[in-house]
Design a binder for this molecule. Structure first.
Ligand code: GLV
Ligand code: GLV
Length: 311
């Protein structure tokens, strides 16, 4: 029996399974775990099940001499200092595959909503601005024939490509070794599906946005740090691109007073890509499987990807 901390109550039955085997303490709040609460307890525990909104850094890891496994309740692991964990021999787990469809669906929902101006159209209908059927009103992008650049050819990117092909889009699934600028220049929609790393941080910067077509749409359901948000605000205000849909921002939550919210043709969602009951329950199962395996001294079934070699 080991001691574990869980930084948020999870949907489904998975935590009951964990409680059947180990001593489990769950942060009781509805906001992210307080650092101080975590720091006070982390020295005593062997296992940590944490959220993508928790910063698991070198300071926290070095305050945890007994820690053997960090199980992140997410597919991304950019919130965890993987180097610090590896240096201490602490395994890091994540929850791939089970959220792929949910996230790909949400990506299409955002794409369609931006392409067809759903938020503004809905506002017009509710606010008395629906005067008649408008032959030239609300004209948006037709998906059939449009070129979709999927940046990142992993599970989620591929699943987005599969859906987009069913809509008749010309999908360019971009893994490694492509000319980003050239792809951006010919895309009608650009969708981001790479992990956030030092190499991909602000991949979409001012130059990238300027390389896009003025009619193009940017969708980000990956991580907020992939996009330079100051440049994005200018891009939308000055018409370098036509619209954007973000399920992720930097920081999260994006403060309501952030000037990005003033930009036109922008949808911001509160990081709900994996938010289906099925995905979140299956993620909880995977997170618990990782924790149980790590505490038993076994290889994690769903480990974080290996660290890229330095340099
Ligand atoms: C969601 O963003 C995840 O990484 O699971
Ligand atoms: C994540 O699951 C990805 O590979 O896109």
């Amino acid at each position: 029996m080991a001691r574990c901390l869980v930084t948020r109550a999870l949907p489904g039955e998975a935590l009951d399974r964990l409680r059947g085997r180990h001593e489990v303490e769950v942060w009781p709040g509805e906001l992210p775990v307080e650092r101080e609460w975590l720091m006070r307890r982390i020295g005593e525990v062997e296992g940590l099940l944490c959220m993508l909104s928790d910063r698991i850094d070198a300071e926290l890891i070095s305050a945890a001499p007994r820690l053997r496994v960090i199980s992140n309740y997410a597919v991304g692991t950019d919130n965890v200092d993987l180097g610090a964990a590896a240096a201490r021999g602490v395994g890091v787990g994540r929850t791939p595959d089970v959220l792929t469809d949910a996230t790909a669906d949400l990506t299409m929902a955002l794409l369609l909503a931006v392409a067809r101006h759903l938020p503004e159209a809905q506002r017009a209908a509710r606010e008395g601005r629906w005067r008649t059927w408008e032959p030239s009103g609300w004209l948006g992008l037709e998906l059939r024939g449009a070129v979709l650049a999927v940046i990142g050819a992993g599970r989620i990117g591929s699943a987005v490509g599969e859906r987009a092909r069913a809509f008749g889009m010309q999908v360019r699934l971009l893994g490694r070794g492509f000319d980003l600028r050239a792809e951006l220049a010919q895309a009608d929609v650009v969708s981001l599906h790479v992990p956030q790393t030092p190499e991909t941080y602000r991949l979409v910067d001012e130059a990238a946005l300027k390389a896009m077509k003025p009619s193009a749409i940017l969708i980000n359901t990956g991580r907020g740090g992939l996009v330079d948000q100051v440049a994005l605000r200018r891009a939308l205000q000055e018409g370098w691109i036509a619209g954007a849909g973000l399920d992720v921002t930097d920081p999260e939550p994006l403060p309501v007073e952030d000037p990005l919210f003033q930009a036109p043709n922008l949808i911001v969602l509160p990081h709900i890509g994996s938010a289906t009951r099925a995905a979140r329950e299956a993620m909880a199962q995977r997170a618990v499987e990782n924790l149980i395996a790590g505490l038993a001294g076994q290889a994690l079934p769903y480990p974080a990807p290996p660290l890229a070699p330095a340099g």
